[in-house]
Design a protein around this ligand. Structure first.
Ligand SMILES: Cc1cc2nc3c(=O)[nH]c(=O)nc-3n(C[C@H](O)[C@H](O)[C@H](O)COP(=O)(O)OP(=O)(O)OC[C@H]3O[C@@H](n4cnc5c(N)ncnc54)[C@H](O)[C@@H]3O)c2cc1C
Ligand SMILES: NC(=O)c1ccc[n+]([C@@H]2O[C@H](COP(=O)([O-])OP(=O)(O)OC[C@H]3O[C@@H](n4cnc5c(N)ncnc54)[C@H](O)[C@@H]3O)[C@@H](O)[C@H]2O)c1
Length: 484
């Protein structure tokens, strides 16, 4: 490529789901785009996160439902075929090869440069290619940092030498460990405890707080905790890990425990230990210092995803790196917004629609980000929890409904256990949050997202009649309770 060809309208650093979408949006609006990728096109989501984890969990949830279905449960008495489940997972991770995604990029007219990219002052990116050569790219309009996040490990004595699992190993391991210790009580911890327990591991879940899924409505974590315990997981709350040792490279790992929970003292031996203790931004080695920012920090952006504190309006941070919502669908939404913003600014449009819910504002990150946790029971949530609404000073009414009372739920499986909650803003007359926990509630979530994002007046929602007998009839029960 000659020097002139190294100038693009948009340079995208990182070809995860977010970088791919941003490049696609910019290109669709007539801009030239290049993406720089140091590992696999498709990013964390395709190979070590969403796809492999859900491929592991799908058979687990299907079996759980089958076991609760009269006439069917007798047909599913045996254990899961772990090697078949792992093979299914391998296929969904494309065997950790990105040929398919590379082909898509190629056919879409977006250029790809493989290698590690770093900012090199305003609008410039240098790439260290796999063969060690350096290449410089220049952006006419924008550089978008879409480098994602990695697992954050606590600073514990002995941890590095003990070769702990992170989310990468937990989603790609080739065999089932006999004993797996999981540290953390968030989404990765509960999903992976669910999967590996069902695949046959003895799982101990070590949670330093008092419950699971602390950012969600309390009943969600309580239902998941009860189900994990029932499935044979040794759940220890109020328990911190203060040390980790693996004296023999191929031998077991020993954790030192402390805390005020029952079972918090002493030590715990396991064959593997997964640290599911949150994420850190992959911004430590991307040249942030060359544009006046701090390496290793989450990037602070406005609602257009433009990085604040950088003059000239050319730098964007989209997806996990901006820490607005660490979710693939939300990052892709930001990419659609930022792609439109970059194109509009490149075309010199005088006015952008940056008001809430405008075309150039990622409003849903704060007001309507949905999430499904694929545990048994599933948890599905959108918008604010009751506690968040209260902290935000909103005047709300909270309505709860036992999902077991809904005909569609009791038909779905025997002994259905679940709970639903809506949070209604009394001043505005519409929903600002909803949470469901129970089998198959994931597919219920989009109805709640619509109600929150479209700000459907509660009086109009009353006319949206759920079909009988579906689990969606929970909407009728919730609205009946609200209206009295
Ligand atoms: C176990 C697990 C399960 C998850 N499950 C779900 C789920 O079910 N649903 C959901 O919505 N979200 C899920 N998430 C979250 C989701 O994976 C992330 O929100 C999503 O991957 C973020 O996309 P991204 O493009 O911002 O970053 P990433 O997917 O992390 O992609 C970033 C890309 O940038 C590349 N890169 C980094 N630095 C450089 C550099 N200097 N030069 C060139 N390339 C670089 C990386 O190699 C990578 O390919 C899960 C996360 C985990 C850990
Ligand atoms: N189904 C999904 O949508 C899905 C699935 C997995 C992950 N994700 C995304 O990935 C992100 C990362 O997930 P995660 O579970 O790693 O992070 P998280 O922030 O959800 O949970 C981390 C947990 O670890 C605990 N923790 C932190 N440091 C600790 C320490 N030193 N010792 C013990 N506990 C500690 C925290 O209190 C917290 O409960 C989430 O924000 C989520 O959005 C989404």
């Amino acid at each position: 490529m000659d020097a002139a060809m190294d100038t693009y309208d948009v340079i995208v650093l990182g070809a995860g789901p977010v970088g791919e979408n941003l490049a696609d949006r910019a290109h669709a609006q007539g801009l030239s785009a290049v993406v720089v990728e140091s590992e696999l096109i498709g990013g964390e989501c395709s190979y070590w996160a969403c796809m492999p984890s859900k491929a592991l969990l799908r058979p687990v949830l299907a079996r759980a439902d089958a076991r609760r279905t009269p006439g069917l449960r007798q047909a599913v008495t045996g254990p899961l075929d772990a090697s078949a489940v792992l093979a299914h997972r391998d296929a969904f991770a494309s065997h950790w090869k990105d040929d398919g995604q590379a082909q898509w990029l190629d056919s879409s007219g977006i250029d790809l440069v493989r290698g590690h990219g770093r900012l090199d002052g305003p609008r410039r990116v240098t790439v260290t290619e796999p063969d060690g050569r350096q290449r410089t790219l220049t952006a006419r309009h924008a550089v978008a940092v879409c480098t994602g996040s990695r697992a954050a490990l606590p600073d514990l004595p002995g941890l590095a030498d003990a070769r702990p699992w992170t989310s990468r190993e937990a989603t790609s391991a080739a065999s089932v460990p006999g004993r797996l210790a999981v540290v953390g009580g968030g989404v990765v911890a509960v999903e992976m405890a669910t999967a590996w327990r069902a695949l046959g591991a003895e799982v101990t879940l070590l949670v330093r707080g008092q419950g699971l899924l602390p950012r969600m409505e309390p009943f969600a974590g309580e239902l998941v905790a009860a189900a994990l315990t029932e499935a044979g997981v040794d759940l220890r709350t109020g328990t911190s890990v203060t040390g980790v040792r693996r004296p023999e490279p191929t031998g077991p790992v020993t954790l030192t425990l402390s805390g005020d929970g029952a079972g918090a003292g002493g030590t715990l031996d396991a064959d593997e230990v997964l640290f599911a203790t949150g994420r850190a931004p992959r911004t430590d080695d991307i040249g942030l210092e060359t544009v006046g920012l701090t390496p290793g920090a989450w990037l602070d952006v406005d609602d257009t995803c433009q990085v604040r504190d950088v003059a000239g309006g050319w730098l964007y941070a989209v997806g996990d790196t901006n820490h607005r919502a660490l979710l693939t669908h939300q990052g892709k939404y930001q990419a659609r917004v930022a792609g439109a913003v970059i194109a509009a600014r490149a075309q010199g449009l005088p006015l952008l629609e940056t008001d809430p819910w405008g075309a150039h504002a990622a409003t849903a990150d704060r007001a309507g980000a949905p999430q499904v946790v694929f545990t048994d029971p599933e948890v599905a949530a959108v918008g604010l929890t009751a506690a968040e609404a209260e902290r935000a000073g909103r005047r709300v009414r909270v309505i709860d409904q036992d999902l077991a009372q809904v005909a569609g739920a009791s038909l779905y499986v025997d002994g259905y256990r679940g709970q639903a909650r809506i949070v209604v803003d009394l001043d505005r007359g519409h929903l600002i949050g909803a949470t469901f926990a129970g089998p198959a509630v994931g597919e219920l979530l989009h109805s709640a997202s619509l109600a929150v994002v479209a700000e459907i007046p509660i009086d109009r929602l009353w006319h949206a009649v759920p079909a009988y007998p579906t689990i969606s009839e929970v909407w009728l029960r919730l609205l009946e309770a609200y209206r009295g």
